[in-house]
Ligand binder design. Structure first.
Ligand code: 7TS
Length: 415
């Protein structure tokens, strides 16, 4: 297990030893430089082993059996819920609902809370830097219910234009939904301030924490946020699992989202009574092994320390910006290092972002090219796509140097 060093001084070598995949040679003699954690993080042995142990020794369906395995599996699942609750400082484990991913968690809010509480003409405020996950569900609801959508603009330097917020809030929105960290620009948005202003205007606040929760400490009570969504797979946990945090009173007042087993107390042929929160929102057999894996991921992140991880990821980002700026033809998107973390998206003059990523890959450097599920944001900057390098606790400055060296090879090819 990784040591618990002071903030900003991670023992990265020790951490790297916990991630078997980092030793993979992507081609003979070319070791992986994984700079795509913004899409999905790698997994430490502690997570892999927790899931392996579960399948070898505890595997059973939960909440339904009286036999020992079923009881053990149920207990392990609920212990993991408690760990996730504590990780974001939720007041109660019941405020944690497990979903398939962050995307499904936003859909749950839109189609449970939104359908029940919004009517034609009601306003939902989002931002221009949202991932499609916090955009399309609201567009679908807008088509269904006739609600209106407005957007906090993004400035040229990749910040939210907070000066535009008062006018939007004066229109009395019912909900303000925004990302706490942009998956393209890396921008860290002023989450606590936006939540406070939303509440003053009588709106609820939803934070998309898919990028922020893995990279910085999160305290839902200090934020006073109403809903927070995030994904296990971006924070060292397995895929197929997301989290919706909601204030208990809100979750209790919301109708179910998906219907079926586990989410009911009683069923008649033509009617049902919904179960208590959170089971009300966890229809069917959940991702049991994945929840247990996420519990192990949370243990790992806590052992390293979220303050230390935040400091490390920020330091790498600042270093990456500094190094990328040296490369002629590279244009970096997003704010200065003071306002961002964990990723750097860029274009390269004369080379398509996909070609850049492809040449980087030849040198073992895994990045991502495309619109990163934020097409409106790319449109805003007048570009169809970018190449994105993203960083996490196991990355090093030396890997960023390798990225930059490989970019000079791109330059040789494209002039
Ligand atoms: N919100 C943000 C800010 C994200 O970055 C992502 C995934 C999601 C929501 C959706 O998460 P999911 O687990 O439901 O898919 N972002 C990315 C990315 O930037 N590249 O691949 C996935």
């Amino acid at each position: 297990m990784a040591a618990s060093p002071k903030a900003g001084t991670l023992d990265v070598n020790k951490i790297r030893a916990d991630f078997p995949i980092l030793d993979v040679e992507v081609q003979p003699g070319v070791k992986l430089v994984y700079l795509d954690s913004g899409a999905s993080s790698q997994k430490p042995v502690q997570v892999i082993e927790a899931m392996d142990r579960y399948y070898r020794h505890e595997n059973s369906n939960i909440h339904r059996g009286v036999h020992t395995l079923a009881e053990n599996a149920t207990e392990a699942y609920e212990i993991a819920r408690g760990k996730v609750a504590k990780f974001i400082n939720a007041a109660k484990p019941r405020e944690i609902v497990f979903t398939r991913n962050a995307t499904e968690a936003v859909n749950l809010v839109a189609f449970s809370w939104g359908r029940a509480n919004l009517k034609e003409g009601d306003l939902v405020v989002l931002t221009e830097m949202e991932h499609h996950a916090n955009l399309v569900p609201w567009q679908m609801l807008a088509a269904e219910k006739g609600i209106r959508l407005e957007f906090i603009p993004v400035t040229e330097d990749g910040l939210l234009d907070m000066a535009a917020l008062p006018d939007l809030l004066a229109q009395k929105p019912k909900l303000v939904g925004f990302t706490a960290m942009s998956n393209v620009l890396g921008t860290i948005t002023p989450a606590a301030e936006i939540v406070r202003l939303a509440h003053e205007a009588g709106a609820l606040a939803l934070i998309d924490g898919a990028q922020s929760v893995p990279h910085m400490p999160t305290d839902v009570q200090a934020l006073d946020v109403d809903f927070l969504v995030f994904s296990s797979h971006k924070m060292l946990g397995p895929t197929g699992l997301g989290v919706l945090y909601g204030k208990l009173a809100l979750l209790e007042a919301m109708p179910p989202f998906l219907g079926g087993g586990d989410m009911i107390k009683r069923v008649e042929l033509r009617s049902f009574t919904a179960n208590e929160v959170p089971q009300k929102f966890e229809a069917g057999t959940p991702a049991i092994a994945e929840v247990i894996g996420l519990g192990a991921a949370v243990d790992y992140l806590n052992a390293v320390g979220m303050d230390a991880i935040a400091a490390h990821d920020h330091e790498l980002t600042a270093y990456a910006l500094e190094r990328l700026e040296e490369v002629p033809g590279v244009r970096i998107f997003g704010p200065s290092a003071d306002h961002k973390s964990s990723n750097a998206s860029f274009t390269f003059e004369g080379a398509h972002p996909h070609d850049v990523a492809e040449i980087l890959n030849r040198h073992g450097v895994a990045t991502r090219a495309g619109h990163h599920c934020a097409m409106p944001l790319h449109n805003k900057f007048g570009i169809p796509s970018t190449t994105r390098a993203s960083f996490y606790l196991y990355n090093t400055k030396q890997e960023i140097d390798q990225l930059v060296e490989a970019l000079y090879k791109v330059k040789e090819i494209f002039g």
